[in-house]
Structures are given as structure tokens and as C-alpha cells.
Design a protein around this ligand. Structure first.
Ligand SMILES: [Zn+2]
Length: 290
């Protein structure tokens, strides 16, 4: 039995960050550091600042070595509120990471397509969400490859990372991840959105666990998560965070097959309390929603 309680492992760090002076960052303005350096002629630097800012927002990738980044990750989707969530991410010029279940990619292909088209990271979260440690090696392989296949078929892109359901894995899961050439991405901060289903509680929990290069676990099937997202993104951006996909974080760029990220997350027993427990109300059945 897993305790649902989660230790506040990220708190000292998060408090330090909250207390640190942060540069207010507007979603409409890219960081000055991401724009081109002034050129030798003063004339060109004064011209078309707005145009430059606009194009920089589109093309310049966020450099998380230079700026403070955080990744919000969404499991079990595409959930039925994914469309609204994608609208919000677009408005705030933020990127997310979606750990998709093959069965829901099949039932909501339009949402999965949008995620891929709008530049979010796609991850593999199995086909039917079993406890991988309790099924055969063949079943693990089937769950992961079936999901890989349907995501590629629907979106034209293959998931680039695996997050096993409940964050549970063993040597067989790692070996299959190695075989498939993908890293395993867990999390180092929860939102407990599935448990509280309360906008303020979700907002408070995420801000409490926020830290530089943090990976936060959320769910796009929780309506309150999607509803509170504008407020949450505003708060994170005010604290100087760039909300990016996992692949943009420091240390995530060169992950190799079967690497586990974030570093240390595998050994953190308390993280299991962040994910819906067996029997908890979970993602809705594939037949409802759209
Ligand atoms: Zn899950």
C-alpha cells in the first residue's frame, strides 16, 4: 500500500526561489536575452523592436541554461478538457508535455494532433494504464509499442519519452525502454489535482512545488486543472519561470535510452503519492467525451 501523503521535498528549494528577486516576465514579450545581440550599427538596433520580439517569440528556443524554466506535464490523456488547455497554453506562449494513453489517442485523435502540431512534447504512458510491474514482459512491450504506433499514426510524430503508469517500473520496463530507444521521465513535484479537484488547492500545490527545472505532474482530465491554468501560468511567469516542454529543461536535452529523468526521481518513494491510487476515480472511459 502506498501512502497518499507526499513529503514536501521541494519546499526548501521552492521557498528560496519564491524569496529570490524575480524578473516579471510578460507572456507577450520574450526575454531580452533571447533576442539578437545589438549589431555594430546603432540604426538597426532601434528599428523593428516589435517585429524582432515577435519573430524571436516564434523561433528562438528558450535556453533553460540561461533562464529559469519549469515543465508542466499531463498524464492519461488526451483528456476531455485537453482542447481548452491547449488554447490556454497557446495564449500564454507556454509548452507542455503530454504523456498519452494509446486508448485515448484513439478516441480523441484531434486533441493528440493539436498537441503535436503546436509543439508540445509527446510521451508514452502505455495503452491501457496497467501496473507494469504486475504484467508479463510481452504485455509491457505490447502496451508501449501499441501506444507508440497509434501516436505516430495519428499525429505523424512518435513519442520521445516514456512515463510508466503510476511511475512504477522494474528492470524489464527499463530494458524495454532501452530497446525502444527512449528515456524514462518521472516528476519531482506533484499537483494532487486528481485528489483535490479544487482550483485553489491545485494552484497552491503547484506553486509550493515549483522550482527551477522542476517537472510537475498534472492531469488534463481534471477539469479544475484546466480551469485554473490561466491563473497558474500567470503566477509562474510572474515568478520568472518559462513554462517549457520537458525536452527543453536543463539536463533533458541529451537524455539517452533508458536514462531516468529528473535525476533522483526514481529513488523518491514519496512521489508515488502524487499519482492516482488504484481504484481512485481516474480518466473517464474512452467512449465519453468527444
Ligand atoms: Zn497515469
Amino acid at each position: 500500500m502506498k501512502s497518499p501523503a507526499r513529503m514536501l521535498l521541494a519546499v526548501p528549494c521552492a521557498l528560496a526561489l519564491v524569496a529570490a528577486p524575480t524578473t516579471a516576465w510578460s507572456a507577450d514579450q520574450p526575454k531580452p536575452t533571447s533576442t539578437a545581440k545589438p549589431t555594430s550599427t546603432a540604426k538597426t538596433t532601434t528599428a523593428t523592436t516589435t517585429d524582432k520580439a515577435k519573430s524571436a517569440a516564434k523561433v528562438a528556443p528558450v535556453d533553460c541554461v540561461k533562464v529559469k524554466c519549469i515543465a508542466l506535464t499531463f498524464d492519461d490523456g488526451p483528456g476531455k478538457y485537453a482542447d481548452k488547455l491547449l488554447d490556454t497554453f497557446k495564449k500564454y506562449k507556454a509548452k507542455g508535455t503530454f504523456f498519452l494513453e494509446g486508448q485515448y489517442v484513439k478516441s480523441r485523435p484531434a486533441f493528440a494532433k493539436r498537441m503535436a502540431a503546436e509543439g508540445h512534447d509527446l510521451g508514452n504512458h502505455s495503452y491501457t494504464h496497467p501496473h507494469l510491474r504486475e504484467v508479463s514482459e510481452d504485455k509491457i512491450r505490447e502496451e508501449l509499442t501499441k501506444t507508440q504506433d497509434i501516436v505516430k499514426q495519428v499525429t505523424g510524430k512518435s513519442p520521445t519519452m516514456i512515463r510508466p503508469p503510476y511511475g512504477e517500473m522494474d528492470d524489464r520496463v527499463k530494458a524495454i525502454a532501452a530497446e525502444m530507444g527512449m528515456p524514462i521521465v518521472l516528476w519531482n513535484g506533484g499537483s494532487r489535482d486528481w485528489a483535490t479537484k479544487n482550483e485553489k488547492a491545485i494552484y497552491d500545490e503547484v506553486l509550493k512545488n515549483a522550482k527551477r527545472d522542476g517537472v510537475i505532474l498534472m492531469h488534463d482530465w481534471v477539469e479544475q486543472t484546466v480551469k485554473v491554468m490561466p491563473k497558474l501560468l500567470t503566477a509562474l511567469q510572474k515568478q520568472g519561470y518559462h513554462v517549457v516542454a520537458v525536452s527543453s529543461l536543463r539536463g533533458a536535452k541529451d537524455l539517452k535510452a533508458a536514462d531516468i529523468y529528473p535525476v533522483g526521481s526514481e529513488k523518491d518513494e514519496d512521489l508515488s503519492g502524487d499519482t492516482p491510487a488504484e481504484g481512485a476515480e481516474s480518466a473517464e472511459s474512452p467512449s465519453d467525451g468527444q
